[in-house]
Design a protein around this ligand. Structure first.
Ligand code: SAH
Length: 421
């Protein structure tokens, strides 16, 4: 099983003898011609036949040119997700396997003996040519999230490919309990989409490391696939401002930024989160890493309220991290989300000591870099303080790449700001 050479042939999703054909509207083929992987329902002129959920369709321009192949999703606004932009390269289990192998090859540095970490993203969905497929590697175990009709359709091929191509892969675990599946008309109930798919079952906690920092990852109950691998570069950026600092790590989850600050010689770190479970793990991670030189505090509270409490207590910090959950899922929710971002940023800016540093993030895809800059600038204005931008961060490079043809792939934005006085 491990090398994918077992004798019994695998049964993949039905490969139809009749290839369904999707024809685009005139003037609506620009995106597909430029390798954008999404085809919205409004761009489609007609569909030949009745492809069912996840089945492969041939995509043609209004003139009848074949543009490639994608997975059909009858219920989603994103009606087709492209898996091949080459009419000569059909979509079958081999194609899926090749896409996985290519994604793994791009991450060779993470698998090299000198790698500072044993945890990284193996497949970054659209950006690696596999729409809706996320796969994260945690010390030998791969955790997948299959969020689209096509991803689910090719599940077995994907699992086999991961077992075969990821060196040292001991098992593949499913964490497809994502809301996006509902929009696709896929089963999303936790009981049905969380569990082992191949190989060994992961232990209750998988221990990973990033340099000297050690984290326990709960792949069954943790957020997303268990850990925020996407903030790796930002953790390093925060560490570079942490020496001797009193740090407030808001939305701490299992400690991420706070541990990076400890490792960089922070004087104190206060982790703040509403989740007792997350804080308990943050504490265990602190002990595991051995952050003895830093005074660590774990506060279970709502960030919106706690920042106001600190304000009333006139408590101040040298370095504040704001890494909230997604406030906006869609463009429609953006106004409300902007108010939320402005509120916490304004409060945090007021709590900074002179020349203090704020590392602030937004993982809402709908929030653009420009809008996030503007929200932060307005927060600074209302806080009556001037700031300098020291750095911009984004989701970790190399293992969370953004396809140039798919700007939507950039979802995580960060700013490191320093109060001028
Ligand atoms: N910074 C973390 C990831 C943050 S995930 C890391 O790098 O690992 C978002 C976290 O915010 C979750 O742990 C969630 O429990 C917490 N959270 C959500 N809403 C909150 C609120 N209003 N107050 C405090 N914590 C909140």
């Amino acid at each position: 099983m491990r090398d994918g050479t077992e004798a019994t042939p695998r049964v993949y999703g039905r490969i139809s003898a009749v290839m369904y054909k999707v024809t685009l509207n005139a003037k609506r083929d620009y995106a597909t011609l430029h390798h954008h992987p999404w085809i919205f329902s409004g761009a489609i002129r007609d569909v030949d036949g009745q492809p069912s959920i996840g089945e492969t369709v041939e995509v043609c321009s209004a003139r009848g040119d074949r543009l490639g192949y994608g997975s059909y999703s009858p219920q989603s606004q994103i009606r087709v997700r492209m898996l091949s932009f080459d009419p000569r390269v059909p979509v079958d289990a081999d194609r899926i396997s090749n896409l996985v192998a290519a994604a793994v090859a791009r991450r060779a540095t993470f698998l090299a003996p000198a790698s500072p970490t044993n945890a990284f993203r193996v497949v970054n969905a659209e950006n690696d040519g596999l729409p809706g497929v996320t796969a994260d590697f945690y010390d030998g175990f791969v955790v997948v999230q299959l969020a689209s009709a096509g991803a689910e359709y090719w599940k077995q091929a994907l699992v086999d490919a991961l077992m075969k191509h990821v060196p040292g892969c001991r098992g593949v675990f499913n964490r497809s309990d994502v809301d996006a599946r509902a929009r696709e008309g896929l089963v999303f109930e936790r009981d049905c989409v969380v569990g082992p798919l191949a190989g060994e079952e992961p232990p209750e906690f998988i221990e990973i490391h990033e340099g000297a920092i050690r984290y326990l990852v709960d792949v069954r109950k943790g957020h997303k696939t268990g850990f925020y691998l996407d903030q790796r570069d930002a953790r390093a950026a925060v560490g570079s401002f942490a020496q001797g600092a009193d740090v407030l790590n808001c939305f701490s989850y299992t400690g991420g930024f706070g541990l990076a600050a400890c490792a960089a010689g922070a004087r104190s770190v206060t982790h703040l989160d509403v989740s007792a479970d997350a804080l308990a793990l943050a504490k265990r991670n602190t002990e595991l890493t051995g952050c003895t030189g830093t005074a660590c505090d774990f506060v279970e509270a709502d960030v919106f309220k706690q920042l106001r409490l600190y304000r009333d207590q006139a408590r101040t910090f040298d370095l504040i991290v704001l890494d909230p959950p997604k406030f906006a899922d869609t463009k429609a929710g953006l106004m409300r989300a902007s108010r939320g971002y402005k509120d916490i940023n304004l409060l945090a800016m007021k709590l900074l000591k002179p020349r203090g540093v704020l590392a602030t993030f937004s993982c809402s895809g709908a929030m653009t870099t420009d809008l996030f800059d503007k929200v932060c600038a307005e927060a600074a204005f209302d806080a009556h303080r001037d700031f300098q931008m020291l750095a911009r961060t984004r989701q970790a490079a190399v293992d969370h790449p953004v396809a140039l043809s798919f700007p939507e792939g950039l979802y995580l934005k960060g700013l490191v700001l320093r109060a001028m006085d």
